[in-house]
Design a protein around this ligand. Structure first.
Ligand SMILES: Cc1cc2nc3c(=O)[nH]c(=O)nc-3n(C[C@H](O)[C@H](O)[C@H](O)COP(=O)(O)OP(=O)(O)OC[C@H]3O[C@@H](n4cnc5c(N)ncnc54)[C@H](O)[C@@H]3O)c2cc1C
Length: 567
């Protein structure tokens, strides 16, 4: 089934749920008027429907392959990259001084989500470039910016992110790649990186790797890591891709899904590179890229959820089985339950994603510390809940298809296989949840409390019109507040970590209830209110069970000894 870009949903969310008028009201984003944003979303949606969506299946059937050390991409991907580049979709939020459009992250997030729904494997390529662009804008010297940024934004060159090594996955600080100062402003980087997305391709004339490595005087752990930009081809005197650098793709991984995206083992043998940020300041620079990528990966989950929902709905509207008013399975109560859950969760996760992006924009535009705290707090939730929604909705999509969901031709299974990795990369969802309950609560729970206050204030106001919806949202928020206070009171972080994942899920459930309530208020008695009613009555109650788990502490988790686990 062809993908239909949900442009009207975005327009509604921008106007009523994500507070986009506030963003457009700032001097920094004053050009992002409704008309401009509508035109951008429509144009991007068209590209996703017409160019990217047809590439989804070919990428699965004919994966990227390694031929004589060069990656050959799936059929049509080269044209897809060209369309993404020429549309300006890579540098959407990039600095106009270097060829970007300077648009709010909220708009970029919407476009990225649509691209993910249309073809996740290919969308990962511009997402990597965007993360690299942002890291360099914030941390690279002017000379490096001038050399790399215009070409990355135009798509002439592409970008990658090289953190992971066999012994350094979640524990990035365990990396062993090394760098030495060449004494001429450049460095030589040596080491092996694994799982590098889009580590090579045959459509950009250069591939630029951001690589984490340790200088000889770098201390062990994350504090001793530095970040380098290491291109496949060294720029010549004119800044064009010149001679080959000392690096190569050793092999490609065979994966469960995401076959169109080459996942590379990379070898750097004294490859020439330049420092981005300060010596030993690599993690600070990398965090800029990772925060950007976390929001982007959350958007990948939401995008796949949208694609899987559309797919399942189309099947349900055609498949005849049993006696129903319409003659198709769409009228069976259980099928309706599945479709409503999918649609309601797509809305909730998209609303969280866009509100996180909006907080980033407000932080950028105003420099206000409260917006920064809000953005930092919402980022792990947007990443983990977005990707969990992607997995859950894609899995339900398989179920809606019955046996045909298990048969590859329908494409239902591909959504599930492709999206599975989004809960793993960019910091596993477990790591996101630990970040939420530890680092993001170092303020004693202040950022969380402010958000909960806002939700309760809104629910109080909504009581006058929709008390049956506002009441449960208010009560769920109170339960969440109690759980948050319990977490903050736990001095032993392991007590928090043991229930971090259910806590994050419960927080997302309550946020989803809030945003559904906001939507219901903007569309009284309309489809959005009806969807909100389903979410608040059927899905929001999950928060109670999740919060019970969140406050159970660590004793039961460690109840069995390792020997007893094995027995
Ligand atoms: C398809 C694909 C593409 C990727 N692309 C890139 C890329 O472009 N660049 C890049 O650098 N990397 C990339 N990665 C790597 C990815 O980011 C890592 O796989 C991920 O960070 C997890 O690391 P790991 O695989 O070593 O798992 P581990 O770190 O070994 O984790 C295994 C399990 O242990 C848990 N765990 C680990 N440490 C802790 C802890 N302290 N507390 C609690 N639980 C913990 C994890 O949550 C997980 O459940 C990619 C991976 C894949 C599969």
């Amino acid at each position: 089934m062809p993908y239909r870009a949900p442009v009207t949903d975005y327009q509604f969310l921008f106007r009523h749920v994500a507070g986009f008028d506030q963003i457009a009201g700032t001097e920094k984003f004053s050009e992002a008027s409704d008309d401009v944003v509508d035109a951008i979303l429509t144009e991007a949606g068209k590209m996703c429907e017409e160019v990217m969506s047809p590439l989804q299946r070919p990428g699965d059937l004919e994966p990227a392959r390694l031929e004589n050390g060069v990656v050959r991409t799936s059929p049509g991907y080269s044209e897809g990259w060209k369309a993404i580049s020429e549309g300006g979709w890579i540098g959407m939020s990039g600095d106009p001084e270097y060829g970007g459009m300077g648009l709010p992250m909220t708009v970029t997030t919407a476009v990225n989500e649509m691209m993910s729904a249309a073809c996740l494997s290919l969308q990962l390529a511009p997402l990597m470039s965007q993360g690299q662009i942002e890291a360099m804008e914030h941390h690279a010297s002017d000379a490096i910016k001038e050399l790399f940024l215009p070409k990355l934004m135009s798509g002439e060159w592409s970008g990658t992110m090289n953190l992971t090594e066999p012994q350094a996955g979640s524990d990035v600080g365990a990396l062993s790649s090394k760098a030495v100062d060449n004494g001429d402003g450049s460095y030589s980087v040596t080491g092996q990186k694994i799982y590098i997305s889009w580590g090579d391709n045959d459509f950009a004339s250069n591939v630029c790797h951001l690589v984490l490595a340790r200088l000889p005087d770098g201390v062990p752990g994350t504090k001793g890591i530095s970040l380098f930009i290491v291109p496949k081809h060294l720029p010549d005197d004119n800044g064009e891709a010149g001679v080959a650098n000392s690096l190569k793709v050793v092999s490609l991984e065979h994966k469960m899904g995401l076959h169109g995206s080459p996942t590379c083992v990379m070898q750097f043998d004294g490859a020439k590179g330049w420092l981005v940020g300060k010596e030993h300041g690599g993690m600070a620079a990398m965090f800029t890229m990772m925060n950007n990528a976390r929001l982007g990966v959350g958007g990948q989950g939401v995008g796949v959820a949208e694609g899987a929902y559309q797919h399942a709905l189309a099947y349900a509207l055609e498949r005849k089985q049993g006696k129903t008013p319409s003659g198709t399975i769409v009228d069976h109560a259980d099928v309706r339950r599945m479709l409503m859950s999918m649609k309601a969760d797509v809305f909730a996760s998209r609303a969280i994603l866009l509100n996180c992006a909006a907080a980033i924009d407000m932080q950028t535009a105003t420099g206000d510390a409260e917006w920064a705290a809000r953005a930092a707090f919402l980022t792990p939730i947007a990443k983990a809940f977005g990707t969990e929604t992607g997995m859950r909705v894609a899995e339900t999509g398989v179920q809606v298809h019955g046996g045909m969901g298990f048969i590859e031709e329908t494409g239902a299974a591909q959504f599930y296989r492709d999206v599975r990795v989004t809960a793993i990369y960019e910091g596993t969802n477990g790591i996101q949840a630990m970040d939420l309950v530890a680092r993001k609560m170092m303020d004693g729970g202040e950022a969380a409390a402010k958000l909960l206050d806002e939700i309760e204030d809104h629910a109080e106001r909504a009581r006058a019109t929709v008390p049956e919806l506002a009441g449960p949202v208010w009560e769920a928020t109170e339960t969440l507040r109690e759980a948050t206070e319990w977490l903050v009171a736990q001095g032993d972080l392991n007590e928090r970590f043991a229930g971090a994942v259910p806590y994050l899920q419960a927080f997302a459930r309550v946020l989803g209830g809030h945003y559904h309530l906001v939507a219901a208020m903007a569309d009284p008695a309309g489809p959005r209110e009806k969807l909100a009613r389903f979410y608040i009555n059927a899905l929001l109650p999950e928060h109670a069970g999740l919060l019970a788990q969140a406050q159970n502490g660590s004793a039961d988790v460690y109840g069995l000894t390792i020997d007893e686990l094995v027995a």
